[in-house]
Design a protein. Sequence first.
Lengths: 235, 678
Amino acid sequence: MNAQRLVHGIDQISYWSGKAFAWLIVVLTFVVSIEVFKRYILNAPTAWIFDFSNMLYGTLFMMCGAYTLALSAHVRADFVYIYLKPRGQAALDLALYFLFFIPGIVGLIYAGYGYAADSWRIGEHSNITAEGPPIYHFKTVIPIAGALVLLQGFAEIVRCIECLRTGAWPARLADVEEIDVIDTQLSHSEYVDEESRRTAMQTAHAVDEAARHRSVMEESVVHERAIREDEQKKS
Amino acid sequence: MSDPALGLTMLGLIVVAIMMGFPTAFTLMGLGMIFGYLAFLDPGQHWWNNRIFDLIVQRTYGVMTNDTLLSVPLFVFMGYIMERAALVDRMFHAVQLAFRRVPASLAVTTMLVCAFWGIASGIVGAVVILMGVIAMRPMLNAGYDVRLASGAITAGGTLGILIPPSVMLIVYAAVAGQSIVKLYAAAMLPGFFLTFLYLVYILGWAMINPKIAPKLSEEQYRVAVPDWLRRLERGRARSVFLGIVAAMFRPGVTRGSASSDGNRVRYGLVIQNFLALMVPLALTAGTFAATWWYVVIYNAPSAQVESAPVAVAPTPQTVAPQAGSPVEEKPQELGEVESEIKSAEPPRGADAPPEEMTIAGEPSAQSAAGKVPAHFYDWFWGLAAASALLLAYYYRRMDGEQFEILKELSASVVPLGVLTVVVLAVILFGICTATESAAVGALGALYLAVIAKFPRQAYTWSVFGVIGGVALGWAHADFVELIVSGSLGATFAGTVIPILQNLKSSPELRQNIKESTFLTAKTTAMVCWLFIGSALFSAVFALHGGQSLIERWVLSMNLSPLGFQFLAQLIIFLLGWPLEWTEIIVIFCPIFIPLLSHFQIDPILFGTMVAVNLQAAFLSPPVAMSAFYLKGVSPPHVTLNQIFAGMMPYMLIVCLCLAFMYIWPGMTLWLPEFLYGN
């Protein structure tokens, strides 16, 4: 149980940091839009905007790396992987976490630390413009983001071990998924009948999950739906 | 310290390692780290002084400051907001009414809505599921052939990743070091050509064999026309045009009639209808005005420099000699002095992202010569006259039904359409960079979302925004800029203030914004971390001589350009079965790209062909995901095999399109060359 709490604690850290930094996209949108207004209409361009928007973007995706890992949303070529049993998947993952993940990320943190430290030492400024803004804090993002990813990696390793022990993957915390748009769209639709709307909203996630694995949704779900439809026809 | 044997090992390992299903970004990072360490291993050094650490951090920082990838989160964000703002369901209904008399109208509508909504969303799974719910049942109920119905949905659903603004093309641009702008321009025609071929196929099949797509019965597409509108129909063609215009000036005309909800017809309703009536006119006029502005004013000789939006302070002639002066010049205006400026150019300011460098080559045939292209006026006025005639005919024939359809269309399709066209047009015509355009597009998408939810507040604040924008721009701007600044102001004010006002009270608004934000973060992180991994891996791979090994190997095969292109596309097609587009573009395209120059293949053409090719890969049984999505939401009697059978012809159509693109590269390269020169 302790392992569970540890994993969820780390998950929470990743979620929290990822979601906090995700808002940078809104900032980025507004910063660039305002700059468009200033530059094209007022003829008053801001010199540091290019650096600034780069920093927003770079920080955004680096700091969300752990969040993405926690959601298992980093793309994988899983066409063999999905046919393994959970234990097999966990064993494979565990080995590869040690073989690939840890060397890569630890290297990134170590190198990033030196890189950022150098930058702090000389008080580095961006050289894109003549008097660029300071960038040492931006470079500091590399080791911090790396550390967060590494932390989440530990959680994933614990997950693998849990799975090896119990034979089933421990649950992940719920979060938004791309397929949620189905809910938003269908809950407002005016021309789709109530029944198919509800069914679609209920099964969207299962369908998504199944399609990613190139298989049709669980037979039982399809079956249940068929029964329900038959009943409806009768009544 | 490099060793070709290690390079070969890497190549073998990468394929195996990726197939093991570990998150690819970290697989690549780990492999790059280990092999890079070996490559740089120097016994004289401490083990922690290995130069691989420099490499990894440089590569990471390179991705963090990559100005092509900078537009990825913005476009992704725009997509996520858009797909929550516009109701597909309503769009489908409106388009279906507009096309009700076309053979196989439901399938045609499905294809169009898929393509259109795919432009906004680009998420294959979501598009297919939604269209499966919205369009599949009506089609099956109307007695459509299952193969026709499922083919239209699955093929249409994958179009979104091809037609700009698509994230896939940005990522390819970053991989190949090409300009996004050119790639977008290149993908436009093939994207629409493919859609066109799809439509031809549907229509052709339905006309040859009408049984597969029975006509809907009259009452299934009857449009309810309110009584008061019926009374406004005038003349033999029963056009409502004159009636509504008359009602504008003489409100008495509508006296005594009731609107659809039973109330008296108010003057506000008449105005609303009048505005809806004006939408086609406004769109046409706007398009022509924008064309005129772009060709005659914007691209005109530098004498008119003050009339273009960016032009600052001195004219290029005075700028040119002052090397290093921190003046912001505008590439499009450079015209004849371009070359001088290029040589004397100050380090590009922060306010001119390097992306513009490519646009700097833009003064195309038209503007480089400093004059309006020949025959422009003839064409312009000819087309304007033709459109005016068409519009007149359209208005003349507009009876109540037609008008109701127009209202539906302008409520559902037009806003999204205008936003997309504007975003693409300002990128393609080099008016601003892709990043800027994406940001404004994201803001515009937010604006649409707000309008859809709180129309009254949005419009009120937009009015204030227009006033504010015009007031701010007054001192600096000419007429065109005032329009732009007014609309920008309207978008700002109409978005920000209603959002702030309603954030507390509307959980739905909160949820939509939150979902879009978090999903954007996730997608961006996924793409960019993969990019880091791949950048490190390919650097190390090249270090070991792996890349040159591949090159030598391919060259030793003595392929003709056709053979190479065929082989490359075949490999990518096969890779498209198990892998997602991110992995193909980020990991495997870099292997082919260095070889392109040897075979004299334009990397832009290649990228566009890859994008089209992936359509075929994503439609090929039995691995196509969209089939499984569709099966999941279809009635149980629809089998997977039927869906696959429906998809097969589209796969062949894509191959046909690829062949066209190869035989006739002009289709792809004409637009970028026309817009940006060579």
